[in-house]
Ligand binder design. Structure first.
Ligand code: PRX
Length: 636
């Protein structure tokens, strides 16, 4: 009989686990890790280094994460549903894989990768729609020890090229096209354009999805279905070291260049499973649905790895919440009998603006637990979700975490720990959050607000930024040495519950997606009209934050010309990053508020963007205070 994973079921369990995790972290984590399938056990649970950022978990151990996601379930859950795929168009056939079938599919894909020369440690970039083959391909990489780097299939060719080149990926996996609501997008064409500047790529494997004709480059491109025709349905899993790289996922920071967040094998595995089990309290026969795209970390940890490691049935949805109508999420929940549902506040807010009948016409009886992720959920959205989706009977958990943390850090455990609207709540056992003041001193007690940092390593933590450890060290461990710095501000209320306030760095969170202001500015500056730009975030009803761009053009732009210039600027952003980074507002200005040393005063721009123009603070130290009046007059 396999060992059971310890589970936290009551608030007493929670408090006990928290105490044990703080008193003796190594013993605690050894206990959590024990029930997995290990080829060889670890020699040390933790080698901690919160100053240099060289943290290791379970080192000396040997394993393969897919044996834990798939093989170990075959005897007890072989015929249980592992993956359910709901297509973009409700009239298209859904696809369901049992654990046995998924295992076979992963082995076949892994054999195709091996036959195409992919070796352990090679980086494979995936730019694919939300189809089962994306999940299968991710696991196939892990099966053979290749490092997956999934790029969300909404990024532009330039953004793909940057990521492929940074990771020096040798193989790209893609498809002919993708569905996104009423639209079809020629994905392979975007990849072709990207690869014009990616000399490291020698093979592109294309999954047929829409049946569209595509250009296949002789010697580089092959069809997956041709390659898979005669491959074996079994594939031995590569033996990996605990600290071997599992994946790279690019995310934005406060500098211009996205960074490749690196997660390794054993720690990530333990963390994904532990957090999934305990936060969502999923039961054996539950259907669990996380709406995130596999292109983001939420899709990695809570659509794929967490549920499969725990032996759950996970639903993958190709489409969008508003297609064919704004009742689609609720229709899918009723159709599949979803019990646990995990989505983003931006989706809730956009559905809140549509007639209530869209949700009231579905029973939603199967739902037991609701989750939220990616950005602060405002109280109005929380209550709408709780009342109309959860019918007042499902706990709504607000889960705070980051690409860098690998999995959920602060959240109520559903039905176990206290919940307060718009508060993430308490840390998971094993997580030690602190609030710091500007000087890095810990703020004691409750009713305090400061910079959110974590003072003890946890298994799912970022290991490095690909190819540039110094960047990881500086960003996460160098700001307040001895702490992992999150970049978020937070409040600990009088009950000791955490409420995340938002980023304290130059990162904007648009619909739960992170963008560095510098990254958008770099892209804007590529436009022929633009000489200089400054980007800030501002509160947006649906997206959480919107993007406000102030741009200086190379010559005065007449009123009648503005629309054309703005359209050209937007086109540049779409080409450089993708549609998801389109500015909501562009204001053409003749100058930017700068200090005498030439630094842009973003504080002023943020206030203007927010519409708070009456109290801009002291502007007399500006190089040209007059420019502020002009900016206020031209505010969008
Ligand atoms: O600012 C926080 C916000 O999203 C950031 C992390 O973004 P990303 O790495 O893209 O991961 C998103 C999915 C985990 C955080 O620094 N954030 C994430 N979850 C929450 C949140 N802000 C408030 N409440 C949350 N539940």
């Amino acid at each position: 009989m396999p060992l059971q994973h310890p589970r936290i079921h009551t608030f007493d369990d929670y408090q006990d686990a928290w105490r044990r995790s703080a008193e003796n972290p190594e013993q605690f984590w050894a206990g959590v890790a024990e029930p997995f399938t290990w080829r060889r056990k670890w020699t040390s649970v933790l080698k901690a280094d919160l100053v240099g950022g060289h943290n290791e978990w379970f080192s000396g151990a040997k394993l393969n994460i897919t044996e834990n996601c798939l093989d170990r379930h075959l005897t007890t859950r072989g015929n249980k549903l592992a993956l359910i795929w709901e297509p973009n168009d409700p009239k298209t056939r859904q696809i369901r894989y049992t654990y046995r079938e998924l295992h076979q599919q992963v082995c076949m894909f892994a054999n195709v990768l091996l036959n195409n020369g992919v070796e352990k440690g090679d980086r494979v970039c995936l730019y694919m729609p939300m189809i089962p083959q994306l999940a299968i391909a991710v696991l196939a990489c892990a099966r053979i020890g290749a490092v997956h780097s999934v790029v969300f299939a909404g990024f532009s060719a330039t953004a793909i090229a940057d990521r492929v080149n940074d990771a020096q990926a040798s193989v790209v996996l893609t498809s002919d096209g993708l569905n996104r609501g009423p639209k079809q997008i020629p994905v392979k064409r975007v990849v072709d354009e990207a690869l014009e500047s990616c000399p490291s790529v020698r093979r592109v494997i294309v999954v047929e999805h829409l049946g569209w004709p595509v250009q296949m480059l002789e010697g580089r491109d092959v069809w997956y279905h041709d390659e898979a025709r005669d491959v074996s349905k079994t594939c031995p899993a590569e033996e990996m070291d605990a600290e071997d790289m599992l994946f790279i996922l690019y995310t934005s920071g406060s500098t211009g260049k996205p960074k490749g967040v690196v997660h390794t094998t054993a720690g990530y595995m333990v963390w994904a499973d532990y957090t999934f089990r305990n936060v969502f309290q999923v039961r054996e026969n539950d259907i669990y649905w996380c709406t995130a795209d596999v292109g983001w970390v939420t899709g990695h940890t809570y659509l794929l790895y967490g549920p499969l490691l725990s032996g759950a049935s996970t639903l993958m949805f190709e489409g969008i919440p508003t297609y064919p109508d704004a009742g689609r999420f609720w229709e899918v929940i009723d159709k599949h009998g979803v019990n646990v549902f995990y989505t983003a506040p931006t989706a809730i807010r956009s559905l809140m603006t549509t007639p209530l009948d869209n949700v009231l016409s579905y029973s939603l009886d199967s739902l037991r637990i609701l989750g939220s992720v990616g950005e602060p959920i405002n109280e109005e959205a929380w209550h709408w979700y709780h009342t109309h989706v959860g019918k007042g009977r499902c706990p709504v958990i607000d889960t705070w975490w980051q690409t860098e943390t690998g999995g959920i850090m602060i959240s109520a455990l559903a039905g176990v720990s206290p919940i307060k609207p718009a508060h993430a709540g308490q840390p998971l056992p094993g997580v030690q959050p602190v609030l710091l003041d500007q000087e890095g001193r810990e703020l004691e007690g409750n009713d305090v607000e400061g910079y959110l940092a974590i003072k003890a390593p946890w298994p799912g933590m970022i290991r490095t930024t690909y190819g540039d450890h110094e960047r990881a060290r500086q960003t996460y461990f160098g700001v307040y040495p001895g702490y992992y710095f999150t970049g978020d501000g937070a409040r600990r209320d009088h009950d000791g519950l955490y409420r995340i306030i938002g980023r304290v760095d130059d990162v904007i969170n648009v619909s739960g997606h992170r963008f560095g202001t510098a990254e958008i500015e770099n892209a804007l500056n590529e436009n022929d009209y633009v000489v200089e730009s400054a980007v800030v975030g501002y509160p947006h009803d649906v997206k959480g934050q919107g993007i406000y761009a102030f741009v200086i053009c190379n010559k005065p732009v007449a009123e009648g010309e503005k629309a054309r210039v703005e359209a050209s600027i937007i086109e540049t952003i779409v080409a450089q990053i993708g549609k998801i980074a389109k500015p909501d507002k562009i204001q053409i200005v003749s100058g930017l508020p700068k200090t005498r040393s030439g630094k842009i005063m973003r504080r002023i721009l943020r206030k203007v963007a927010e519409g708070e123009t009456s109290n801009l603070g002291d502007t007399t130290t500006l190089l040209d205070p007059g420019v502020v009046d002009e900016i206020i007059r031209g505010r969008k």
